[in-house]
Each structure stands twice: as structure tokens, then as C-alpha cells.
Design a protein around this ligand. Structure first.
Ligand code: ZN
Length: 361
């Protein structure tokens, strides 16, 4: 995720200081953070459709140190992309014209998105997109930022969704987009929406499900954007997470311009955006590692997302109603987002950021 809404994060400065001091003092504890997702809650899904281990295997591979933080244009980024292309081939996805790698140029930067699809069985002319970005920020303070939560978590999840849906063919055509250049400013997704594959007109897209940072749920919850714009999507999300120990927070629209759903949102395409947001204490740091990921929370979140998808896929007609008209700036005509209601404080006991509720603020 790339925070395009700016707000003070004083804790980040403190964290940077700790990292610098850790480097001087030779402590390696900072590189090996303990998993810290709500240890009192067992998030294990009751009857999971997907297995946990293949999900973790993909996450580990994508967040390995030899991917060097997967920064746009880097050798590590190309290595991650090659891995994803290989997985798409193994899974038996279909490419659009030109193959799985779909290059786009945005702001003079070449981004290479990886895109494949499974044709729908009963509603092939309508499409549902699963999206996630595979790029990350490279290094910080000379240390590799593995980007395990951001966003190897979403990328590995999309690979597992593709594997499951290959074995259980969906009614709608499902497109799997792993975007490049998100951290640079949504470059890959902006380029994709500006020049989609010829066989995928934007008008055929019923809903976009974007997964960005879905693993590091230290508060046991996942924020869901998009439901207040396309209200008929909400009960399906609520029902899916109602069967899960993971708590969904729908109608959370404050991150909507911070990830790859935004270019679709700007074109009034319905979306759901799943993200742990500020609950991730390792956001854009070298501590965002495979070892830090709370595996069961992550797996359970993905199970609930698959459940939500299946509830939508069985519907004959999506998105049920057009997106509600959002407020727009009279000057620019662009959507006006809610002001960010959160401030941040550092909780000395939990050791990570927790949000003030508006009433506390
Ligand atoms: Zn990010």
C-alpha cells in the first residue's frame, strides 16, 4: 500500500531511530520480530476450502531476501515477476494477447503487470478481477524491506485463489492481475486501466477485489473499502466474515486512494478493498518479514475473502446496483474522500500503533 493520504506517523520516526540504534549495537532482534497477532484468538477456519501451507510457501518465496524488496525496475522485482509468471503457467491460467506479462508505461516508468484469467462457465462475458501488487519499496536505511505483508500477502493470496478456482471453475470470468509499480504511485494499475487488454473492456468488469496487506492483522480485523459506494456488496462481505473469527470493518473508505482499486474507482467500477491498514506495525520497514506474519489470521482472512467472492459469483447479475454517486469536488470533478478520522499513538504495552477512535480523538 502506498499512503497517498498523508498524516503524521511520529512512531515511524521512533522506529527508524530504533533501527539505526539496532544497527550500531549489533542487535539482530529487530530483524526477527515475534508474530504478534492477537494471540488469545484462534483464527483457524472451521471448514477451510484452501490449505494453509501452499499459501505460506508462495508468501515465503515472494518475500525472500533475494527478491531485494521487489522495487519497480530492479532485478529483484524482475525475479519476483518471473516467479509469478511460472506460477500462472503451472496453474493453467489463460493469458490475454501478448502473454502473461502486460507492460504499461505510466509517468515514463515501464511497469510489467502479470495478468491471467479463467473463463467463466455460465457468465463468461462478465468479469470479476482479483488484484494485488507484487512490487515493493526495495530498501530502507540500507536494509532490504521484504514486503511480506505489503504485498507478498495479497500476491500469494491471489495465486492460491487462482489455484482453487482452477479446480472449482467460477461462473464469471475471473481475471487475476498482479500489478507492478504500486508503491511508485499506483503506476501499474493506472496504466492497466488506461490501456486494458483488448479482450477485457472495462465495461465488462462487474467488481474488482483488491488485496493489499491482508496478513499482519494485529488487531484481529480487516478493513474493507468500497461497500459504502456499492452498498449491495456489503451484506455479502458481512455474511462471509460472519462465519470467520476475523472481524471485517466495512465502509472503511479512507484508504481507497492508497492502493490499486483507485484507478477503477475513478471510473465508477465497483470494488472491494481488503487491507489491515495501520494495524500493521511493520509497514514499509525491514521488519515486514515472512517470520513476522501471523499465519492463521492470514489464512483465515483469505478464506473469508474466497467466501465473499463465491457469494458474489453465484449471482446472475452484478453489481446489483450502480455505485452511489460520491461527493465530487466542484473544482476538479474528482471524488472527495472522507477526512482521515484517525490519529496515531504508540501503545507502550502493545508496542505498535493503535488508532484513536473518533470519540477519543
Ligand atoms: Zn506499500
Amino acid at each position: 500500500m502506498t499512503f497517498r493520504i498523508q498524516f503524521p506517523m511520529p512512531g515511524m520516526i521512533a522506529l527508524t531511530l530504533v533501527l539505526v540504534m539496532g544497527g550500531c549495537g549489533g542487535s539482530d532482534a529487530i530483524q526477527q520480530p515475534a508474530t504478534n497477532a492477537s494471540p488469545l484468538v484462534d483464527f483457524t477456519p472451521v471448514s477451510p476450502r484452501m490449505a494453509k501451507q501452499p499459501l505460506m510457501d508462495d508468501l515465503r518465496a515472494l518475500s525472500a531476501l533475494d527478491m531485494e524488496g521487489r522495487k519497480l525496475g530492479s532485478a529483484g522485482n524482475a525475479k519476483a515477476r518471473a516467479l509469478i509468471v511460472e506460477r500462472f503457467q503451472q496453474l493453467g491460467l489463460s493469458p490475454f494477447g501478448g502473454g502473461f506479462e502486460q507492460p504499461v508505461t505510466w509517468h515514463n516508468s515501464l511497469c510489467t503487470n502479470v495478468v491471467g484469467y479463467l473463463p467463466g462457465t455460465t457468465n463468461p462475458g462478465r468479469t470479476i478481477l482479483f488484484t494485488a501488487h507484487y512490487d515493493h519499496i526495495g530498501t530502507r536505511g540500507g536494509l532490504i524491506c521484504p514486503g511480506a505483508d505489503d504485498n507478498a500477502s495479497g500476491s500469494a493470496a491471489v495465486l492460491q485463489l487462482a489455484a482453487w478456482l482452477k479446480a472449482h471453475p467460477p461462473a464469471h470470468t475471473v481475471v487475476f492481475c498482479l500489478f507492478d509499480g504500486e508503491e511508485a504511485g499506483l503506476y501499474g494499475s493506472q496504466g492497466f486501466v488506461a490501456t486494458p487488454p483488448a479482450a477485457l473492456p472495462l465495461a465488462s468488469i462487474d467488481v474488482v477485489l483488491n488485496l493489499d496487506m491482508i496478513a499482519q492483522g494485529t488487531q484481529g480485523r480487516i478493513f474493507v473499502g468500497g461497500t459504502s459506494f456499492t452498498a449491495p456488496l456489503k451484506p455479502h462481505v458481512v455474511a462471509a466474515f460472519g462465519a470467520s473469527k476475523v472481524r471485517a470493518v466495512p465502509d472503511f473508505e479512507n484508504y481507497d486512494n492508497a492502493s490499486d482499486q483507485y484507478p477503477f474507482m475513478q471510473r465508477d467500477i465497483p470494488f472491494l478493498f481488503f487491507c489491515v491498514g495501520d494495524d500493521d506495525p511493520y509497514y514499509h520497514t525491514p521488519q515486514d518479514t515472512y517470520e513476522s506474519i501471523p499465519q492463521v489470521f492470514y489464512w483465515a482472512t483469505l478464506e473469508a475473502i474466497l467466501d465473499a467472492f463465491l457469494r458474489l459469483d453465484v449471482l446472475a447479475k452484478l453489481p446489483l446496483a450502480p455505485p452511489s454517486a460520491p461527493p465530487r469536488s466542484p473544482g476538479t470533478g474528482q471524488r472527495v474522500l472522507n477526512p482521515h478520522p484517525w490519529r496515531h499513538r504508540r501503545d507502550s504495552k502493545l508496542g505498535h500503533f493503535i488508532p484513536f477512535s473518533p470519540s477519543e480523538g
